[in-house]
Design a protein around this ligand. Sequence first.
Ligand code: RET
Length: 265
Amino acid sequence: MPELTAGQYSLVYNMLSLAIASMFASFVFFVLVRNDIAPRYRGSVVASALVVFIAGYHYFRIFGSWEQAYTLSDAGTYVASGKSFNDAYRYVDWLLTVPLLMVELVLVLALSKAATKSLLFKLVVAAFLMIILGYPGEVDKESTSLFSNRGLWGLLSTIPFAYILIVVLREIQGAMARTGGQIAVLLRNTGLLTLFTWGFYPIAFMAPFYGASGAGAEVFLQVGYSIADIAAKCGYGLLIYNIAKIRSQDEGFAGAVGHGDAKAA
Ligand SMILES: *C/C=C(C)/C=C/C=C(C)/C=C/C1=C(C)CCCC1(C)C
């Protein structure tokens, strides 16, 4: 681990902490609002809740690992404590959350049962492949060239990545054309958010190829991952919740107003 100034150390510390707070706050929100959603789309909000809970847990572990990996030196800087910083939590997290992010989206596209099933299958398999193929490259910290072990696995992982983006954007366009109105705007924003946030991960993966190393690179990575994750999980979940809510209302679902009252009404 590179030596950090107190400011650099605290910036990462605070961003990881913000990520934990964002994930768990989003979890509470998704749990509380799930009954506003018609049963047909409720699975989507449940998947959002699972995603942010899983990510909140992993951020909690990453935060603890960050604290343990550093100690304050006499000079007031932060130096490696000798305990390793466990960043592998991120890959475990993605392995679970990225397929669930696909579930969130596909369920609000309002496709037929058969089309939903086949689209989900394709996207979930591709998501697994993307993460599994990226991991051997990620742990190869020695490669600094694109034409290396790291580069090869990165390239292989990019194939399912490109497939996911193409399919997701095409399906979003189809759903926009079928619905229009506010749902179309929300769907477009979901597509843009996916494109921009997911794009950050492979760029971060390539850091060793453009010579980024040392304290600056480590801080950039940790801060960048935290922001990308908050946007790609909490922000994305909120957009999708809004799509599900409007669809539920449009389809005449009144929601669980005051719980007991709903039954009486
Ligand atoms: C909440 C977490 C999300 C949305 C994670 C997304 C991760 C990716 C899109 C990762 C993609 C990768 C490549 C396309 C190539 C290099 C290896 C990866 C796994 C970083």
